[in-house]
Design a protein around this ligand. Structure first.
Ligand SMILES: Cc1ncc(COP(=O)(O)O)c(C=O)c1O
Length: 391
């Protein structure tokens, strides 16, 4: 068959591929632990599930307004008021089918063929694919383990060209868990605004930051520069709602109108029932978010202490999200020459699925997700240690 040229650069998601292999082994009765996917192992909070059940029972099952019901757009605005003390009006919001759709539609709305997007690496696997699909050019800018996987303005400036249009900013980061301080972030934001760039802030992990850090959002900057910044977020990670597919964008009303047009002609509104659930989540108690955050923090501490003690492994302490990214290139040898070979061996010998860094633009490392139960996590890491360093 003849497929569109647009698909030429699109590879299957490495995260999902490795997870599929793990599931295959599980189906054969082999006990495999997947540290490959980015999905909290908690249930969606009860009051959120109840709101969805009520929506079904009350027949709230029809098309809704494309950008979301007013109650949801109000609830998104309230989230920013409550979390960051910043006033956002509902006309600056649009609900999306997960943070993924928010990002995809932003690239569709903003990119012309050949426009470049600065993508800090290690990056989330889907960014380059989304940029290619919208005929843009992803320009990875590499941050090292030694620098805590964070970039400086100088590195970004060196990667900028006359075609650079957008800076993607993801903090806390998937796959590294790196969290920029307010000062580090502000220096980058000022630089991007001074150079005339548009900033897309992916804040999907904003609530999952560990003590003593507090959630940080670009919403204050967005208030000052509403037509230069867009923020994406969603409920998947902080409210354990991956399957409900609720994300959102905060942007200038003119951009929201364009996003709404795209959404209207492609997917239309997100699931009506999920919208009611999202209203309950965003306007309800946040103690569920806090208890999940504390559970992740405990796992981060345990898993990081283990990994950081391994000779030849460089793993900066992640300050957010639920991933550890370890530079293991010092351990590469003839038997395990690269990250993919290491992951294949981990799967067959340790029965643990991790994701090779190539998928994140960082072939020197591996990503482990710690969104699994404490004992499962530590047991899996012990098996990984035996394969990687032999004891
Ligand atoms: C960095 C980052 N952004 C966005 C998303 C999209 O999340 P969702 O579409 O499930 O809301 C993910 C999911 O893994 C992510 O890791």
């Amino acid at each position: 068959m003849q497929f569109s040229d647009r698909l030429a650069n699109i590879k299957p998601s490495a995260t999902l591929t490795i997870n599929a292999k793990a599931l295959e082994l599980k189906a054969q009765g082999i006990d495999v632990t997947s540290l490959a996917v980015g999905e909290p192992n908690f249930s969606t909070p009860e009051h959120v599930r109840d709101a969805a059940k009520r929506a079904i029972d009350e027949g709230f099952t029809r098309y809704t307004a494309v950008p979301g019901i007013s109650a949801l757009r109000e609830a998104i605005a309230e989230y920013f008021r409550r979390s960051y003390g910043v006033e956002v009006t509902p006309d600056c919001t649009i609900a999306s089918n997960g943070g993924k759709q928010s990002l995809y539609n932003l690239f569709l709305a903003l990119l012309n063929p050949g426009d470049e997007v600065l993508v800090p690496a290690p990056y989330w696997v889907s960014y380059p694919a989304m940029i290619y699909l919208n005929e843009g050019v992803p320009v990875p800018v590499k941050a090292t383990a030694a620098a805590g996987f964070k970039l400086t303005v100088e590195q970004l400036e060196a990667a900028r060209t006359p075609k650079t249009k957008i800076l993607l900013f993801n903090s806390p980061s998937n796959p590294t868990g790196a969290l920029y301080s307010e000062e580090e972030r502000d220096a980058i934001v000022r630089w991007a605004l001074d150079r005339g760039l548009f900033i897309i802030a992916d804040e999907i992990y904003d609530q999952l930051v560990y003590d003593p850090h507090k959630p940080l959002s670009l919403v204050g900057w967005w208030k000052q520069y509403p037509d230069r910044i867009a923020i994406i977020n969603g409920l998947a990670k902080s409210f354990a709602m991956t399957g409900w597919r609720v994300g959102y964008t905060v942007a200038h009303p003119d951009l929201i109108k364009k996003l709404s047009q795209i959404t209207g002609q492609t997917t239309a509104n997100i699931c009506s029932i999920s919208q009611k659930a999202a209203v309950a989540a965003l306007t309800g108690p946040y103690d569920c978010v806090e208890s999940m955050r504390l559970a992740f923090q405990k796992r981060r501490d345990m898993a990081w202490q283990e990994l950081a003690s391994w000779p030849g492994v460089a793993c900066p302490k992640p300050e957010g999200a639920f991933y550890l990214f370890a530079d293991i290139s010092a351990l590469y040898n003839d038997a395990m020459p690269d990250a993919t070979a290491v992951c294949t061996r981990l799967l067959s010998e340790a029965k643990v699925a991790a994701v090779p860094g190539d998928a994140f633009g960082a072939p020197e490392g591996l990503r482990f997700s710690y969104a699994v139960a404490d004992d499962v996590l530590m047991d899996a890491l012990e098996r990984v240690r035996k394969v990687l360093i032999g004891k």
